[in-house]
Design a protein around this ligand. Structure first.
Ligand code: GLY
Length: 276
């Protein structure tokens, strides 16, 4: 499934398409699959509801960066598409809850019944409960640079299992779970509160001024691990398309290599600040 998602984005990039379209396509595939904690398959909060967050950011050469985010959604099949609509068709950066869902209608994105977003697996996990279920994040994200020099990052999540209703995840917050700037683009997973406090993705992208992509990723995870003792993971790409990723919790990574036209599953297991 990871490879299918990356291939959806790669097909766009291979045909000269935009990084923004590629990351939206990749994240949408993952949101549609019940295995991931995003879109359909999102975990349940303490009230037994799905509440999903997502954000997207892009930077085009010679233009100011732009971004959009959404939070506390229960009735949107693909939160990442609504985040894009906020970026492209609203004067705002972040819309939440009922207001975001009302905006979806005006943007031509249909709503579904909240129970349509609850997978059998999510329902089962609610009754398992306990520490293990609470530690699961399963956030999905994608980063890309295209042939025109544009970069984009997109992130989507159902958040933390058993969270309080109304919790906003880092995945909705620009600079925390998602960031794209002139130096690169990044998407994060892990403990949202720590990621927001660290401004993790912005920190990592800004550090590309002096670090390679793999070093920037490793530094970001080592930093959040030391300062907050938090579990997190990050993927990033610099403006030349060099990839970095690191994590101190379970995370899977798949990449597209445009030089050879190939997608690779890198799937590292849990471990301390791993990198390519
Ligand atoms: N990063 C997702 C969360 O904190 O729930």
């Amino acid at each position: 499934m990871m490879l299918a998602a990356v291939r959806a984005g790669a097909a766009i990039l291979k045909n000269g398409g935009r990084a923004l379209d590629a990351v939206i396509a990749t994240v949408s595939v993952l949101e549609n699959h019940p295995l991931f904690n995003a879109g359909y398959g999102s975990v349940l909060n303490s009230a037994g509801q799905v509440e999903m967050d997502a954000s997207v950011m892009e930077v085009n050469p010679g233009a100011p960066p732009r971004a959009g985010g959404v939070a506390a959604l229960s009735r949107i099949r693909n939160p990442i598409k609504l985040a894009r609509a906020v970026m492209e068709h609203s004067p705002h950066l972040l819309l939440v809850g009922a207001g975001a869902e009302r905006f979806a209608r005006s943007a031509g994105i249909s709503l579904c019944r909240p129970e349509m977003m609850i997978s059998p697996r999510a329902r089962e996990r609610r009754w398992i409960g306990g520490a293990k279920a609470k530690r699961g994040y399963g956030t999905v994200g994608a980063v890309a640079v295209d042939a025109h020099g544009s970069m984009a990052a997109a992130t989507s999540t159902g958040g933390m299992s058993g969270k309080l209703p109304g919790r906003v995840e880092d995945s909705a917050i620009i600079g925390a779970g998602t960031f794209a700037g002139p130096l690169g683009a990044a998407s994060a997973t892990g403990h949202g509160e720590a990621i927001i406090l660290a401004g993790l993705c912005r920190e990592a992208v800004d550090s590309l001024v002096k670090l390679s992509a793999p070093q920037a990723a490793r530094n970001a995870i080592a930093g959040i691990s030391q300062t907050a003792g938090a579990e997190a993971g990050i993927i990033l790409v610099d403006r030349r398309g060099r990839i970095g990723y690191a994590h101190n919790a379970a995370m899977e990574v798949a990449t597209f290599d445009p030089a050879h036209g190939l997608c690779h599953l890198r799937s590292p297991a849990t471990g301390p600040a791993r990198q390519p």
